[in-house]
Design a protein around this ligand. Sequence first.
Ligand code: HEM
Length: 322
Amino acid sequence: MSSSYHFTVIALLFCVFLLGGGSLCRGQLTPTFYNETCPYVSSIVRGVIAEALQCDPRIGASLIRLHFHDCFVDGCDGSILLNNSDTIESEKEAAPNNNSVRGFGVVDDIKTALESACPGIVSCADILAIAAEESVSLAGGPSWKVLLGRRDGTTANRTGANVALPGPFETLDVLKSKFLDVGLNTTDLVALSGAHTFGRAQCVSFRTRLYNFNGTGNPDPTLNSTYLQTLQGICPENGTGIELTNLDLTTPDAFDSCYFSNLQSNKGLLQSDQELFSTSGADTVDIVNYFSAYQYAFFVSFVEAMIKMGNISRVNRNRRTN
Ligand code: HEM
């Protein structure tokens, strides 16, 4: 009897065992999930995003962020899309999302296009996962086979969103810990932060760095002085805070490794970005240097981390891996 036969039998027994109580096997995602029922799902999603990009060059960035904020809160179940109701306190209004996440209209357009091509087939959680991949690829980044078959949740978790989503003023240790909570390691953290290679941020997300960093009365010392002046021009100390600027000052709408070279020249926009490179002795510094030098390595790690992030489910939240 071959060893592969043994492996199969053991794997099946393992699945049967797990099915007894909260299965992992039952929820297995696969890239072929819609092959028979909606074979053109990816190109339909891509087409709607390509159209939207014509008048909104930021939309791809906004869509990948929706997938990230969906997955970090009780897994990728589409719950970020749910509105308030008698029984639902929406995640949309959690602090990290409120007046910040966007792209819901384009998600609706995608859903409409898919309902007309294959009614009642594609989950909203899968739409977000495919939209994330297509957005990266349309911006010049890597493409990959998206694992599919997620079920949409019927509840939202606003408190969970407030707790689980990382914030721009958090320390590297806290960021690492929030990623570890959903099974993502330090390399995943650095690679996924590379999504800040496109998109925009509002001044409220980084303004404390410009004037009174940590109550010192001075700007963040890890901010390049020319870049500091530019940002002060965009974000006056007493401005509204909703002014926008590019997360990647070099190539704002392209998916490339410039995010990492920006960090090397102290031109990361968010405190949480710059910490990956400027926290002394941190193990993230070498990873930033590596991704900056080898864009291909960044792409490979990014894809791996996106697939891991897309696999987060309610069951495996809090599962810590190395
Ligand atoms: C490491 C922890 C992270 C923190 C603290 C963080 C924080 C933020 C903040 C504060 C903004 C700007 C929001 C605003 O000003 O309205 C932002 C934007 C963005 N984030 Fe993150 N983020 C993190 C990780 C990620 C990850 C893992 C992804 C995707 C894989 C991602 C994708 C994006 C994108 C694409 C934008 C721009 C969105 C747009 O233009 O609409 N971020 N992030």
